[in-house]
Design a protein around this ligand. Structure first.
Ligand code: ADP
Length: 607
């Protein structure tokens, strides 16, 4: 079979995506490969297609045992013989799978890296020809990545223990030079074909908000997207509890995930989300690595993460099926303080020296600063992301909240100067609340105690709203004209003088009234299903849910939303037309056309 035939026959796709051909060709020619592609770009195809063409067995090393079952389930659905080995298997199942593997029944086996050291597993290696080893989430081998897994360092000894060296492919979404170098070094890749695809995900819409009531926003968003599945990321467990309760209390379908829950509950809640029993997952960043759920329609960050790498990885869990999806970030200045605290608390890797730890810490603070700029910029969000990841940017994308917002420039030099001057006049002793009370001329016990009430500057911005003051203060913090000191006091910086001496002019862009209207229009235009077959889509979705329940499979593994949308608009009535749908391979056509075609036929007859 050619690679194109494998793609069509098993996966039901007509053409390869960017980067897939190059990597697959290299692997088939026996060259090692390193694929750096963003989440949702289609890394799995890069090792699953060669696995079906190469002789013998492909071993896929993957860090997340909780997801292997689904990954293997999806392959079996496509008609590919595959199994997995990890600690969740009973001894009986383990040995049975082992026997089958040895008898050549499988083309692909998934293993957790820890298994590679276990003798019983190694016996497979002795009896089967392993022609290809694919390392998924390969960044886990690097101590510089956020998900370091020591057992990944053992992969090389496993590979070198094999009688014949297989081709090795490594795949990840993390593209920093350091992590890439580590992957090549620690996996001992030999002159790998390295491919870094573009980081843009055109189907994702980016939006940011600052200084709004966050939980209320999440509630309204989820209410107005009643059929959509999505993830809400919070910085702390406490916020996860708060947001999840708010959603559940409003009668919405939500569940939660964080490290404070028992393992059983985490597993239960994760399954409820993946299998579609709960639509919304509220979680800390402990949730999500390797989550393959392709129909996540939105990812809302209730708090700002610590870096754009983390943000893009988490937000990128939306829209893996290529359909339009929303990535929304809700920012408040408190997020910066919380992240600073978390960075300070993190004692890091004990194997690193103090100076190395300091270097890492200052890098983290720098990344936090750039994340903050993303959260508050009024320029194109997509352009910002692409440039951050070293690409040339896209100018204006017209698919982010900033591009769809009409802005006007406002001069804030005067107000900013007064605020900075008051920080100086109160000897840098004020917290934010005290400072605001001071400039607005309000009574405040602490101001009294320090003897500041009535001092020069007291009440100098008395007509300004608290909200506006906060916006200006945030701007000054963000741009380094002020900073936070001990006990959350507001302090001057080296740059403060530029404002006091009137050498700079400060301008901020502010949204004009047209914002929401413009955005609503853009969003309406992006609706994927026309209203006339929306009903059919719902019927097909119900059918899929029914089949998924019976087979104990997540619905998107049977067919993605994208395939269902196409089904609803193409309305195939024959097997041949059914097979033409994107995402329908021969195996799935045989198995499911008889289930879905009658639903379509009935709908057509009734309409
Ligand atoms: P990644 O591992 O890079 O995050 P996946 O391998 O999970 O991404 O792929 C994301 C989605 O894209 C899956 O639903 C997959 O079936 C689909 N996909 C991959 N390659 C293609 C292709 N060539 N044509 C259409 N869909 C594809």
């Amino acid at each position: 079979m050619t690679k194109e035939e494998v793609l069509k026959q098993y996966f039901g796709y007509d053409s390869f995506r960017e980067g897939q051909v190059e990597l697959i060709d290299a692997i088939l020619m026996g060259q090692d490969a390193l694929g750096i592609m963003p989440t949702g770009a289609g890394k799995s195809i890069c090792y699953q297609v060669p696995a079906m063409i190469l002789p013998g067995l492909t071993v896929v090393i993957s860090p997340l045992i909780s997801l292997m079952k689904d990954q293997v389930g999806a392959l079996n659905q496509a008609g590919i013989p595959a199994c997995y080995f990890n600690s969740s298997l009973s001894q009986h199942d383990y040995f049975e799978a082992m026997e089958r593997a040895k008898s050549g029944e499988y083309k692909i086996i998934y293993v957790a890296p820890e298994r590679l050291e276990i003798d019983s597993f190694l016996s497979i290696a002795e009896e089967c020809e392993i022609s290809f080893v694919a390392v998924d989430e390969a960044h886990c081998v690097s101590q510089w990545g956020q998900d370091f897994r020591p057992s990944y360092l053992k992969i090389h000894s496993f590979i070198s223990s094999l009688p014949k060296r297989p081709v090795v492919g490594a795949f990840t979404a993390t593209a920093t030079k350091r992590v890439m170098d580590d992957i090549v070094t620690y996996l001992h890749l030999v002159f790998p074909k390295t491919l870094v695809t573009g980081f843009d995900r055109p189907n994702l819409y980016f939006e940011t908000h600052q200084g709004i009531p966050k939980t209320e926003f999440v509630l309204n968003y989820v209410k107005s997207h009643p059929d959509s599945s999505g993830i809400v990321y919070c910085i702390s467990r406490k916020n996860v509890e708060k947001v999840c309760s708010a959603l559940c209390d409003a009668g919405l379908s939500a569940t939660r995930y964080h490290a404070g829950l028992s393992q059983e509950e985490r597993k239960h809640n994760q399954d409820a989300f993946i299998y579609g029993d709960k639509l919304v997952m509220v979680a800390t960043n402990a949730f999500g690595m390797g989550i393959d759920k392709s129909d996540v329609r939105f990812v809302i960050h209730h708090g700002m993460p610590k870096s754009l790498e983390a943000y893009y990885q988490e937000a990128g869990r939306a829209g893996r099926d290529g359909l339009k999806s929303d990535c929304i970030l809700l920012y408040s200045a408190q997020d910066v303080r919380t992240n600073q605290f978390l960075i300070d608390q993190n004692n890091g890797n004990p194997e690193l020296s103090d100076s190395e730890q300091d270097a890492i810490r200052s890098k983290e603070l720098e990344r936090l600063k750039l994340m903050t700029f993303y959260s508050t910029t009024t320029d194109c969000l997509r352009d910002y992301i692409l440039k951050y990841f070293g690409e040339s940017g896209c100018g204006r994308c017209n698919n982010c909240s900033n591009c769809l917002t009409q802005c006007e420039e406002i001069d804030i030099t005067n107000e900013a100067r007064k605020l900075v001057a008051c920080v100086a006049m109160t000897n840098q002793k004020c917290s934010q609340t005290m400072l605001f009370d001071f400039v607005r001329g309000l009574p405040d016990e602490k101001l009294d105690k320090f003897g500041f009430t009535g001092k020069k500057g007291y009440g100098c911005l008395k007509d300004m709203s608290q909200k506006r003051l906060k916006e200006i203060l945030d701007y000054l913090m963000r741009t380094g004209y002020l900073k936070t000191g001990d006990y959350y006091t507001i302090r001057l910086t080296e740059k403060s003088h530029d404002i006091l001496s009137e050498t700079v002019k400060l301008k901020v862009t502010k949204e004009s009234e047209k914002r929401t209207k413009t955005r609503e229009r853009a969003k309406k235009a992006s609706k994927t299903v026309s209203s006339e077959n929306r009903d059919l889509f719902e019927l097909l979705r119900q059918k899929r849910a029914e089949l998924a329940k019976a087979e104990k499979m997540p619905p998107y593994i049977i067919f993605s939303d994208k395939t269902l949308h196409e089904m609803a608009s193409e309305m195939p009535l024959t097997e041949k037309d059914f097979l033409n749908l994107s995402g329908v391979g021969a195996h799935k056509c045989e198995k499911y056309s008889g289930e879905f075609i009658p639903v379509i036929r009935k709908y057509v007859q009734e309409h």
